[in-house]
Write a protein that binds this ligand. Structure first.
Ligand code: FCB
Length: 453
């Protein structure tokens, strides 16, 4: 079958500053919580860290050329807050600003539209030290100030902005599970952090409009289609709860301007309600964004009880499914289900898939090629589901593959390769995987073929 996408469909790739830039302490950049966290022994697999990363800071011109050759229409990247504001606020690091100016100008010269994520997890360490970072309400104003500065510096050329990447991960991986920076392990803090992130999003949307910026602003959420493991009442209820805690807790304030009552009540009864003022609620209710960024990787099948987690549910992994190198179930239909549910439940918002992709055990051959047919299959199946969703009226207008190149996969270090481009971490050479050539063809023809390839 041949699936032809709408003419204006935007094919892109995504990255994040800490995962690719390197130059962590160069040219005036201040440390971020990830610089600190990744240097604590035992936190990252193989003792990896992002000091050098893919050396994108020095090699971005080569990366621009690669993007241009693949034919990418849009590039999603993030700004390292501490590169432009080393202390999180106050003095600007002009060299950092210059770097992003060169990157933005280079993209535009090559006909690639920039879309910037303001926060992809690398809070300036100075703000963590000063008042505990995202756990403190003070961070909201500092974030809005930083965001407003970015709009002022780059908004003449950048017309698409994402406030946050995956606030769920920032809150829970960073402040409850402790597997991400800043490595805290307190559920109440994590819940409070969710509110500070959401509030900072709404206030940034307000500031963006107030400044008379003429682009679009949105947020990226990690969302999951959720299924109950059985039709027992307990499992159904657990699934509804997980949908609330993972998805609706973020979707509702962003798209409806309020927190979902069932999860609010659960938090209140179990851990104590987060501190949320009436004024905060008013800000949430007044500031809807222009698009929703969706990161989709896998579905969740939920069974009640059994887990150590106070949230008391377990995730079931079907034994007859295939899994990626992250041990994430490959389930392309989940993308269709998710997009349809979102559209029906939230009045058909404009959606960009801001991340989708997979890590596999890529092998670099002696001829310097990487045959990643499994990644091509993965992407093709997911593109097909996206196509089907568009046919059903979902307002999906862009798709960013995660990731342009292999990079620092957070607590997993460099061991998990998600790229279309293979990185030789010794030489920092960029090597095209077969999936990059395949993606080039998809973009060129604006279509996929499910029998060929
Ligand atoms: C997402 C992150 C992204 C990357 C992918 C694999 O949760 O946003 O930075 O690590 O997972």
């Amino acid at each position: 079958m041949h699936y032809k996408f709408p003419k204006t469909f935007i094919w892109g790739t995504a990255t994040a500053a800490y995962q690719i830039e390197g130059s962590a302490f160069e040219e005036g950049k201040g440390p971020s919580i990830w610089d600190t966290f990744s240097h604590i022994p035992g936190k990252i697999d193989s003792g990896d860290h992002g000091d050098v990363g893919c050396d994108h800071y020095h090699r971005f011109k080569e990366d621009l050329k690669i993007m241009k050759t693949i034919g990418i229409k849009s590039y999603r990247f993030s700004i390292a807050w501490a590169r432009v504001l080393p202390q999180g606020k106050g003095d600007i690091n002009q060299k950092g600003v210059d770097f992003y100016n060169r990157l933005i100008d280079g993209l535009i010269e090559n006909g690639i539209e920039p879309i910037i994520t303001l926060y992809h997890w690398d809070l300036p360490q100075a703000l963590q030290d000063a008042y505990g970072g995202w756990a403190n309400l003070q961070v909201v104003d500092d974030f809005v100030e930083y965001a407003s500065l970015m709009f002022k510096l780059f908004g003449d050329r950048v017309k698409k902005w994402i406030t946050h990447n995956e606030p769920w991960v920032v809150a829970y991986a960073g402040h409850y599970v402790g597997r991400h920076a800043p490595g805290k392990k307190d559920i109440r803090t994590a819940i409070q952090v969710t509110h500070h992130l959401i509030l900072s999003h709404a206030k940034t949307v307000e500031a963006y409009r107030h400044m008379g910026q003429d682009g679009q602003i949105g947020i990226t959420l990690n969302l999951y289609p959720i299924k109950a493991a059985s039709c027992s009442q307990e499992d159904q209820q657990a699934a509804l709860f997980v949908d609330g805690y993972h998805n609706r807790w973020f979707l509702d304030p962003v798209l409806k301007g309020e927190y979902p009552k069932d999860i609010w009540d659960y938090f209140k009864e179990t851990f104590g309600a987060p501190i949320v003022s009436d004024e905060d609620l008013e800000i949430l209710s007044k500031n809807r964004c222009d698009f929703l960024g969706v990161n989709y990787y896998f579905r969740k099948i939920i069974k009640q009880g059994g887990g150590k987690d106070p949230l008391n549910f377990i995730e079931v992994k079907p034994s007859d499914s295939e899994y990626t190198a992250m041990n994430w179930e490959i389930y392309a239909e989940g993308l269709y289900d998710l997009l349809l549910d979102l559209s029906k439940n939230y009045d058909y918002p404009l959606i960009y898939i801001t991340e989708n992709g997979a890590a596999f055990q890529d092998v670099l051959s002696e001829e310097l090629s990487v045959n990643d047919s499994y990644r091509i299959k993965f992407l093709k199946e997911h593109f097909k589901e996206a196509y089907k969703a568009i046919q059903q009226g979902v307002r999906l207008e862009a798709y960013y593959v995660w990731s342009l190149m292999d990079n620092f996969e957070w607590a997993f270090g460099y061991g998990k390769r998600f790229g279309l481009i293979y990185i030789d971490y010794d030489s920092k050479d960029r090597i095209w995987k077969d999936s990059a050539y395949w993606y080039q063809k998809v973009i060129e023809t604006n279509s996929i073929d499910t029998e060929a390839d």
